[in-house]
Design a protein around this ligand. Structure first.
Ligand code: ATP
Length: 220
């Protein structure tokens, strides 16, 4: 039986917090692979100024050469808002019934889960793995809390469940966010080591996030 993970996000831009979370999840849940899944049009965030295609290209650069990590661009070719429930329904229909499919989210996303389109259906379609997020304390909506508590299982049980399990993955905290990276770039700060070198080069070359006149690897 195979086991695959999908890690959704805006990735505007991808940073080491995302990449370490994906690798820690891959390892803790013993998955065959995790695909990073950029949202074309995230329902609960402002429309990102950087095009979905460019966010996806940065992801491709970020995972290139890393065993077990891939990028899945299916949401980019779907019109309208990028609802996770539609993506998981599509994935469920593509994989054999006994494949373990796990959707990975950060704790900040779990806190908002009750606002997600058709959120209770997510549990029918996949397992949910929740990553800790620095500074985010888990006060959950009561319906979400009940749903999570009744489905909680150990990380090593996920591989044998096609869907319906919820597990928590411990991760050494990395207090970095795309918001902080964007803000640093706009203020001309050095962002080296917060995101892969190839992604920094892409940002500078394409003049994203107001980065046109600063050397973000300069260290000054
Ligand atoms: P922004 O700052 O623009 O809101 P973000 O850094 O939170 O972006 P997203 O692309 O929105 O990044 O996040 C995608 C997923 O990655 C979410 O589930 C989020 O919780 C998780 N995530 C982001 N940063 C981290 C981090 N440092 N550690 C663990 N999980 C993270």
């Amino acid at each position: 039986m195979s086991a695959v993970g999908f890690f959704g996000g805006t990735f505007n831009p991808v940073h080491i917090g995302h990449l370490r979370a994906a690798l820690d999840c891959l390892d803790a849940l013993n998955l065959d692979q995790i695909a990073l899944l950029p949202a074309a049009s995230p329902p609960l965030k402002e429309a990102p100024l950087v095009a979905a295609e460019q966010r996806a290209e940065m992801l491709q650069l970020a995972v290139s050469g890393t065993a077990g990590l891939t990028v899945d661009c299916r949401e980019l070719s779907r019109p309208g808002l990028s609802y996770t429930v539609d993506t998981l329904a599509e994935l469920r229909s593509e994989y054999p019934k006994d494949t373990s499919i796990t959707f990975v989210i950060g704790m900040d996303s779990l806190i908002n889960l009750h606002q997600w389109h058709e959120w209770p259906r997510l549990f029918d379609l996949a397992n949910i793995a929740i990553m800790a997020r620095p500074g985010v304390s888990p006060t959950l909506d009561s319906d979400v809390k009940r749903a999570v508590e009744s489905r909680t299982c150990l990380p090593d049980e996920i591989r044998s469940r096609p869907a319906g399990g919820v597990t928590f993955v411990d991760q050494p905290p990395l207090d970095v966010s795309s918001t902080a990276v964007r803000s640093a770039l706009m203020r001309g700060k050095n962002v080296q080591f917060l995101l892969p070198e190839a992604v920094i080069e892409y940002i500078v070359t394409n003049k994203l996030y107001d980065s046109s006149n600063t050397d973000h690897r300069g260290g000054h």
